[in-house]
Write a protein that binds this ligand. Structure first.
Ligand SMILES: [Zn+2]
Length: 145
């Protein structure tokens, strides 16, 4: 699918986006939440594939290009994509499901699927919505299992 290119954000907007994403993710690795390495403000869609420094395209992962969760995802791109840590080049980050730990009303952490917006917001989505958005099923009817 061909989509219009979005304008690149200014340096000041990028600084704000990094700060909002760091706050949203509590400066904690969203994959393991266990301090697997120094916080890395990861671009979900790589900059080399047109991913901008906007809040919806950022997530905190621990480690570097070769260590921690960030390193793992870099070295296992197919797994990173399937698990929701990476946005494919054709997709818009705000519309592509992200994996994330969510705290329930009982205070328990569980892994869920969300959409990120560019203001630092998080919207949880259903498994069916996730499958449709990722092109793994045709529509919600097929996803209603
Ligand atoms: Zn980690």
């Amino acid at each position: 699918m061909i989509r219009p290119k979005t304008p690149k954000p200014s340096k000041a907007d990028e600084t704000d986006a990094y700060e909002l994403a760091t706050l949203r993710d509590n400066d904690t690795c969203q994959r393991c939440r266990r301090g697997c390495g120094p916080s890395n403000r990861d671009h979900r869609k790589n900059r080399s594939q047109g991913g901008h420094t906007i809040v919806s395209n950022l997530q905190i992962l621990g480690g570097t290009g070769t260590t921690g969760c960030h390193g793992y995802i870099t070295q296992h791109p197919a797994e990173g994509m399937a698990e929701g840590w990476t946005v494919p080049s054709f997709a818009i980050p705000a519309e592509w499901p992200a994996r994330r730990w969510i705290r329930t009303e009982h205070g328990v952490l569980r892994l869920g699927w969300v959409l990120y917006d560019d203001a630092g917001g998080i919207t949880e989505i259903t498994e069916a919505d996730r499958l449709v958005r990722m092109g793994l099923v045709q529509d919600m009817t097929e996803a209603a299992f």
